[in-house]
Design a protein around this ligand. Sequence first.
Ligand code: UDP
Ligand code: MG
Length: 209
Amino acid sequence: MGTVVDSGKKEANGSSLSEKKVTVVFVLGGPGSGKGTQCTNIVEHFGYTHLSAGDLLRAEKESGSENGTMIQNMIKEGKIVPSEVTIKLLQRAMQANNNDKFLIDGFPRNEENRAAFESVTGIEPEFVLFFDCSEVVMERRLLGRNQGRADDNIDTIRKRFKVYMESTLPVIEYYNSKGKVRKIDAEKPVEEVFEAVKSVFTPLHEKVA
Ligand code: UDP
Ligand code: MG
């Protein structure tokens, strides 16, 4: 699987990143399902650190990295960037942060991402928060938002939907078979969706604020 960076060690009770024990929640759902919006709410209420794989890749591209052009092309085509690139960015971000609770948003996007992350970091997610939303609604949201993203145009959106259906849904199925998926109806208004999200997180963490 290419270069392995800082291989993780599994501990008896929880997962570790080098020496640090961390809790990871994967946040998955189609493009425009509201992952980023709800992650912001979760950060505020439950003290997680939000790591968006897409944002990390966009920042890496902006930083003028040698992978910049490749990343830009993959994003423009709605394709999945090679695991080692994304995993390295996620690992670095977790190591640079003192928090021990992370929301990993928009990753893993395919089986290879999933397996590589697990073997490189030794981390298994606590659970997978899954935002379930129809394509009609997701498409309307993506076309309606104006964040200057190179991939929020109808051609790329169609490609992203296809990759999501073919590659990401099987990952959600995999975790579902392990009883790890917490499914949220993501078509409702933001506040109602967050109520459902809260009921997933509240039993785990007594509310901080
Ligand atoms: N991307 C990727 N690997 C990841 C996350 C994102 O290759 O782990 C790329 C991919 O091309 C994707 C784009 O970045 O289409 C945007 O991802 P993001 O999660 O920001 O968008 P969303 O799924 O929320 O529409
Ligand atoms: Mg996002």
